[in-house]
Ligand binder design. Structure first.
Ligand code: URA
Length: 445
């Protein structure tokens, strides 16, 4: 192998040539070690931005970034080679509490779900923040304890431990300040390098589109979904993606403690759960069961997932997981006392009565951030108790007695800002408009 000259690799990509796996690996090693300068990372990112990457290059970049840090090996932790280790990753949304119900549902149906989740950033919420609303919940057990919980209960939801894809951390930092975040191959490698470091057997992606999604445009979200599936499969992890609608808040709550309440009520009393939230959760569960080889048909898998809710098994496993990770025991019966929801509640009335026809979902997420229920600075701490409940949906009738939402906060000042934000985010008219289906497409590998 010749000398490592980063500018030669950049030149190849600039001129639209294919970069070899070995060169991609050396470039990524240089990002991790510091041998490659920020200017070179940014030039490489811009060359990829304009010229794209083949599935093979994308797989090489993903695997090199994954291997830049800790990678879990379930066999060395005592699991069988064919164990159905499966996870879901969402590109992020507002009110997206699906993971809280999904992990125990899949576990109840025979899957093993080691979920490494993240914190919210910007308008999207994070699963880890939601779990931290539960008193005592330890999102950082040792790896052995994490494995033990997955083995005995079937699922464990933790935060990032050890060093996960450090090359991505540096690469993303440079992309963020050089207008190169919006590159499908780079987003793909960034997401997958972190997700695949959990040593998964298979993966289901929830790629969101619409006003509350990371990528609002449908065509771009679809391209991202297709590319993630192509690259993950090329990297050896069977993956499929669901394209799901984020043109309105998912479910009826947005925040942290309020979302955990909705998730627990979903598990305990599925008959009263929000229909769109139920549909997307069951579909993701079914595809996880199929891709993990537990079931052959999505229809049968959906029924099995539904049964795990009806029998109370999924709820039971959620409670066991929370207890195993140090959270309040008996959370299914104690949740109202345990979860601290801000004391003040104000109904947000629409400016005019009518039917909800649209929503700037991102602005509702940012209204949660404005109350400190989310963050712009990755290191900032948050207030888990604030948020919205009873959020209207497209097609709902709203008027003085049927509000747009209820805001839970600490002061009149916070309430005033939140009311203003929600009133301008929700479009009310006098015609009825059908909402988009919550699942628009499934992309299979
Ligand atoms: N999320 C990620 O993790 N990486 C990206 O590049 C974009 C979104």
């Amino acid at each position: 192998m010749g000398a490592f000259i980063p500018q030669e690799i950049i030149r190849q990509k600039r001129d639209g040539q294919t970069v070899s796996d070995a060169d991609i690996e050396r470039f990524v090693a240089g990002i991790t070690s510091g041998e490659v300068a920020d200017a070179q990372i940014s030039a490489f990112a811009m060359a990829v931005f304009f010229n794209g990457m083949s599935a093979e290059e994308g797989a090489a970049l993903t695997l090199a970034m994954r291997d830049s840090g800790d990678v879990m090996n379930w066999q060395s932790l005592g699991f069988d080679a064919g164990a159905p280790i499966v996870d879901k990753h969402s590109t992020g949304g507002v009110g997206d509490k699906v993971s809280l119900m999904l992990a125990p549902i899949v576990a109840a149906c025979g899957g093993l779900v080691p979920m490494i989740s993240g914190r919210g950033l910007g308008h999207t919420g994070g699963t880890l923040d939601k779990f931290e609303a539960i008193e005592g919940y330890d999102p950082y057990p040792s790896i052995d304890r994490f494995a033990e919980i997955v083995r005995t209960i079937g699922c464990s939801i933790i935060g990032q431990t050890g060093e996960l894809a450090p090359a991505d951390k540096r690469f993303y930092g440079v992309r963020d300040v050089t207008a190169t975040v919006e590159s499908i191959p780079l987003i793909t490698a960034s997401i997958l390098s972190k997700k695949l470091s959990a040593g998964l057997g298979s993966l289901v992606m929830d790629v969101k589109f619409g006003t509350g999604a990371f990528m609002p445009n449908y065509a771009a979200s679809k391209e991202l979904a297709e590319n993630i599936v192509r690259v993950a499969c090329a990297a050896g992890t069977p993956t499929r993606a669901l394209l799901t609608d984020m043109n309105q808040v998912l479910g009826r709550t947005a925040g942290n403690a309020v979302e955990v309440v909705e998730a627990i009520e979903f598990l305990v009393n599925p008959a009263t759960a929000d229909a769109r939230l139920m549909e997307v959760t069951l579909a993701l569960a079914a595809h996880m069961l199929v891709i993990a080889g537990i079931e052959y048909s999505v229809e049968i898998a959906t029924e099995k997932a539904r049964q795990s809710l009806a029998s109370g098994k999924a709820a039971e496993l959620f409670e066991q997981m929370v207890t195993a990770q140090g959270g309040t025991p008996n959370i299914l019966s104690n949740y109202q006392a345990t979860l601290k929801v801000a004391a003040k509640a104000y109904a947000i009335k629409p400016k005019q009565a009518g039917i909800v026809t649209g929503m700037d979902t991102r602005s509702i997420g940012m209204a949660v951030v404005a109350m400190k229920g989310g963050r712009i600075d990755p290191k900032a701490s948050i207030d888990h108790s604030v948020g919205f409940t009873d959020i209207c949906q497209i097609g709902d009738k709203v008027d003085a007695d049927a509000p747009l939402a209820i805001v839970r906060c600490h002061s009149d000042e916070q309430a005033r800002e939140a009311i203003k934000a929600v009133q301008s985010a929700v479009v009310v008219a006098d015609i009825k408009e059908a909402p988009l289906p919550v699942i628009s497409e499934v992309i299979e590998g």
